[in-house]
Design a protein around this ligand. Structure first.
Ligand code: GLC
Length: 741
C-alpha cells in the first residue's frame, strides 16, 4: 500500500477512535452540579476566581467570559423587582419595560398566616425576577420585630420566629423554582435602622438561638435557600458581612449551608476578615455612606486587588478562595446555567390576582361594632378622610421601593367597588407629600394649600351629609416612618391624625378607622372608632384589596404578626443600652444589649400580664368560629415520640370564612424563665357557614425545648406541658396538658 495512503488511513483511524471531543463537563447540563463545579473551577485562573467574589457594577458580580460563565445579576427586593439601574448608580435607568407587579409588603404576608399564599408569593415574584433576567432576589427579610419602631418592620414577617420560619420556607421555595436564588436577609440580629452600620448587637446564645436565628435556619434547612445576605451591624464585636461565628460556625458548619453569602451593600468593612470569615460575594462597597466612592472602586474592593495581593504574597491561601468560587459556581449552575429552562413571567393577570389575594388576606379586622362590612345603599354617601386614601405607597421606603405599572389607592378601590355610592374625600391632614424615589415618581401631586385646622374643619363639615365615615391614615414610606435607614420616633400616629379621628368621631356618624402601615401604631383613640382595620402596603392592588374587605367581598382573615402595644413604655426595651444602644468607653462602635432576652413581643406582654391594645395573632372575621375541646393523643410523651393535638372548629356564622387556629405551648415547670406561651403551630382553615372541621397538630419534643447555651443544645425538660389552642395569643379557647417523661 502506498505510503500516503497508509498516512491517510492512520489519520482517519486516529480521529475515529480519539475520545469524543464533547462539551466541557461544566457546560454539560446533564452532569451533576458538583462535577460541573469542579470542572469549571479547574479551568479558572486566579484572577478569574477573585473577580467572581466581588461586584463589577452596582448590582452584578463577575462571571468568567472566557469560559462562557455568565455574570450574576442581583436585584431588590422582597416585594417586587426593582427597576433597572445604570451600571454604577442607585437611580433607575429609565427603561420603559421594567415596571413590575408590586406585591404586598412582607408584614402583610406575615399577617396572612397562610403558607399557600407565601408559596404563591415566592413563585410569582420569582417568575418576575427570572423574566427580568435576574439571578439573585435580595429578599425576603426575616428579621424579628424587636422594637415596633424599626424602620424596616414592613419588610419583615413579624415578631415570632415560628411564624416567620413557616412563611419564609414556601416563599424561598417558590422563588427558587424559577432558577432564581432567594437571598434571605439580613443575617443576623439586625433589628433596627438607627446607626445600623455602626451598632454592635450583644445577644446571649439562648436568645440568639430561640428568637433571632430560627427563621434563617428554616430558610436554609427547610427552604434550601441558595443565598444569605450578611447585615450591616456587628454581632458580638464583628461585622456581620464577615462574622466568623455567624457565617462559618453557625450558617456553614452547624446548618450545612452550601450557598453563597452576599454582603449587604457596603457591609464589607475589612480586608482580612472578608477573606477568612465566610463572605463569598462582596457587593456595594463604598456605598455605605461611611466612605466616599473610590475611583475604579470595584478593583479596590476588599475582595479585589487587596485579595489578589494576599494570594500572591501568601497571606491568603487558594483553598479558601476555591470554597468561595465553588459556592458561586454552584449558584450559577442553579440559576443562569441551570439544567432546567426557566423563562419567567412578568406582570401577568395571575400575578395581579396573587397580589390582590395576599393584600386582602393580610388585612386584619381589629375591631368591629357592626359597621363593617359597609352597607351603604346606592345613592348613599361614604366620606373617606385621610391622606393614605390617596397616597401611593409603592414608591419609597428604601431599597424595596418599586416602579410599578399602576397602584390602586383606597379611594380608587372603593369607588370602583361601589359605583352606586357617592364616595366623597377630604384630606383631613397633611402627612408626606413626597412622590418620588431614585428617580421613580408616582406622578401624583399631593401639594395642599389649606392649613391643618382648615383641613380638619372641612373634613368635619363633610361628615354631616355622609352615611358613614372611613378614616384612612397611618404611616408612609418617608423618613422616620416605615423607611429603611431610619427608625420611627414615636409609636403614635403622626401628623395630628388622632385629633382628626376624634373630631370626626365627635360628630356621631359611624366611623371606621383604617390604619395603613407596615408596623404597629398605638391606638389610644380605639374607643371612639366603631371599627378598626389594619391595612398594609398592599402593592399594585392595594386599594382594591382594601375595598374587598370593607365591602365584604372578602371576609377578613388576617391575624396580627406582631403585638400592637398601648404604649412604648409597656414594651421590653426600657433602657438606651437596650435600644438604640450606647457608647461604651474603649469601644469604637455603639453597643446594644439585648437584655430582654427571649421576652420579645407577646413573649413579654403575656408573661408580664401587660394587656396590649391588640395582641399577637388577633384578627376578627365577619363570621364567628367556635372551638371544641382540644384532645391529645397521649397524656405521656417519651423522648422520640410525637403527640397529636386535635380540636374541632366550627363556622357558626352565616358567612364563609377562614380562621387561623393557633397552638401555643407552655412549660410551667421549666427550670429557667420561659415565656408564658410560645407559638408552635398554626393552621388556616377555610370553613363554609355552618361547617366544622377537625384541625390537628403533630408535635415532638422540639416544640417543647428551650436552648441551653451551657450545653449548646436544645433541651426539653421532663414534666408537665400545656397545649393552648385559640384564635389569638390572648384568646385561648381550649387547653390540655400532658407529661414529658
Ligand atoms: C440596602 C439594604 C438591602 C438591599 C441592598 C441593595 O442597603 O440593606 O436590603 O438589598 O442594600 O439595595
Amino acid at each position: 500500500m502506498k505510503p500516503y495512503v497508509l498516512l491517510l488511513s492512520a489519520a482517519l483511524a486516529a480521529c475515529c477512535h480519539s475520545p469524543k471531543q464533547g462539551r466541557p463537563v461544566y457546560l454539560d447540563l446533564s452532569k451533576p452540579v458538583e462535577e460541573r463545579v469542579e470542572d469549571a473551577l479547574s479551568r479558572m485562573t486566579l484572577e478569574e476566581k477573585v473577580a467572581m467574589t466581588h461586584a463589577q457594577s452596582k448590582f452584578s458580580s463577575a462571571g468568567v467570559p472566557r469560559l462562557g460563565i455568565p455574570e450574576i445579576w442581583h436585584t431588590d427586593g422582597p416585594h417586587g423587582i426593582r427597576p433597572e439601574v445604570l451600571w454604577d448608580d442607585w437611580n433607575q435607568a429609565g427603561w420603559t419595560n421594567d415596571s413590575c407587579t408590586a406585591f404586598p409588603a412582607l408584614s402583610c404576608l406575615g399577617a396572612t398566616w397562610d403558607r399557600e399564599l407565601a408559596l404563591a408569593y415566592g413563585r410569582s415574584i420569582g417568575e418576575e425576577a427570572r423574566y427580568r433576567k435576574k439571578d439573585v432576589l435580595l429578599g425576603p427579610g426575616v428579621n424579628i420585630t424587636r422594637t415596633p419602631l424599626n424602620g424596616r418592620t414592613f419588610e419583615y414577617l413579624g415578631e415570632d420566629p415560628y411564624l416567620s420560619g413557616q412563611l419564609v420556607v414556601p416563599y424561598v421555595k417558590g422563588v427558587q423554582e424559577n432558577g432564581v436564588a432567594a437571598c434571605v436577609k439580613h443575617f443576623a440580629v439586625n433589628n433596627q435602622e438607627t446607626r445600623r452600620t455602626e451598632t454592635n448587637s450583644i445577644v446571649d446564645d439562648r436568645t440568639l438561638y430561640e428568637i433571632y436565628l430560627p427563621a434563617f435556619k428554616a430558610a436554609v434547612q427547610e427552604g434550601g435557600a441558595w443565598a444569605i445576605m450578611g447585615s450591616y451591624n456587628l454581632y458580638n464585636g464583628q461585622f456581620n458581612c464577615h462574622n466568623k461565628r455567624l457565617l462559618c460556625d453557625i450558617l456553614k458548619d452547624e446548618w450545612g449551608f452550601d450557598g453563597v453569602v452576599v454582603s449587604d451593600w457596603g457591609g464589607c468593612r475589612d480586608d482580612d476578615e472578608a477573606v477568612t470569615n465566610g463572605l463569598d460575594i462582596e457587593m456595594g462597597t463604598w456605598t455605605d455612606g461611611l466612605r466616599g466612592a473610590a475611583s475604579n472602586g470595584y478593583d479596590q474592593y476588599h475582595l479585589a486587588n487587596p485579595y489578589l495581593e494576599r494570594l500572591r504574597d501568601g497571606r491568603a491561601t487558594e483553598d479558601v478562595l476555591d470554597d468561595k468560587v465553588r459556592r458561586i459556581l454552584r449558584l450559577s449552575f442553579r440559576t443562569n446555567m441551570s439544567p432546567e429552562p426557566h423563562y419567567g413571567l412578568f406582570c401577568t393577570p395571575e400575578h395581579t390576582d396573587v397580589a390582590r389575594r395576599i393584600a386582602a388576606a393580610g388585612t386584619v379586622l381589629l375591631k368591629n361594632d357592626g359597621v363593617l362590612p359597609l352597607a351603604v345603599p346606592d345613592g348613599g354617601r361614604i366620606l373617606l378622610v385621610g391622606e393614605n386614601a390617596i397616597k401611593k405607597m409603592v414608591v419609597g421606603g428604601g431599597s424595596s421601593s418599586l416602579k410599578t405599572r399602576y397602584e390602586i389607592t383606597p379611594l380608587e378601590g372603593l369607588r370602583e367597588a361601589l359605583p352606586g355610592v357617592d364616595i366623597a374625600f377630604e384630606r383631613g391632614y397633611i402627612g408626606n407629600i413626597g412622590t418620588s424615589y431614585n428617580n421613580v415618581s408616582t406622578g401624583e401631586d399631593l401639594s395642599e394649600s389649606r392649613s391643618a385646622d382648615r383641613l380638619v374643619a372641612d373634613a368635619v363639615a363633610a361628615v354631616e351629609t355622609a352615611d358613614v365615615v372611613v378614616f384612612v391614615g397611618g404611616l408612609n414610606k418617608s423618613g422616620f416612618q416605615d423607611n429603611e435607614g431610619t427608625d420611627r420616633q414615636q409609636l403614635d400616629l403622626p401628623y395630628g391624625q388622632e385629633g382628626v379621628i376624634r373630631a370626626l368621631a365627635a360628630v356621631g356618624k359611624p366611623l371606621v378607622v383604617v390604619n395603613i402601615s407596615g408596623s404597629p401604631v398605638s391606638m389610644p383613640w380605639a374607643d371612639v372608632a366603631d371599627a378598626i382595620v389594619q391595612g398594609w402596603y398592599g402593592g399594585s392592588e392595594s386599594g382594591r384589596a382594601l375595598a374587598d374587605v370593607l365591602t365584604g367581598a372578602v371576609n377578613p382573615s388576617g391575624k396580627l404578626p406582631f403585638t400592637v402595644p398601648c404604649s412604648l413604655e409597656d414594651g421590653p426595651l426600657k433602657t438606651e443600652r437596650q435600644y438604640p444602644g450606647i457608647r461604651v468607653e474603649g469601644e469604637q462602635w455603639w453597643q446594644e444589649y439585648y437584655d430582654e432576652g427571649v421576652f420579645v413581643g407577646y413573649r413579654w406582654y403575656d408573661t408580664r400580664g401587660i394587656a396590649p391594645q391588640f395582641a399577637f395573632g388577633h384578627g376578627l372575621s365577619y363570621t364567628d368560629f367556635a372551638y371544641g375541646d382540644v384532645t391529645l393523643s397521649r397524656k405521656e410523651l417519651r423522648k422520640g415520640q410525637t403527640l397529636t393535638a386535635k380540636v374541632r372548629v366550627t363556622n357558626t356564622g352565616d358567612r364563609d370564612g377562614a380562621e387561623v387556629v393557633q397552638l401555643y405551648v407552655a412549660d410551667p415547670e421549666a427550670s429557667v424563665a420561659r415565656p408564658a406561651k410560645e407559638l408552635k403551630g398554626f393552621e388556616k382553615v377555610f370553613l363554609k357557614a355552618g361547617e366544622s372541621r377537625d384541625v390537628t397538630f403533630t408535635l415532638d419534643e422540639s416544640a417543647l425545648s428551650w436552648f441551653d447555651a451551657g450545653r449548646h443544645a436544645w433541651t426539653a425538660e421532663p414534666g408537665e406541658f400545656r397545649i393552648l389552642v385559640g384564635s389569638a395569643s390572648d384568646d385561648i379557647r381550649s387547653e390540655a396538658s400532658f407529661n414529658l417523661r
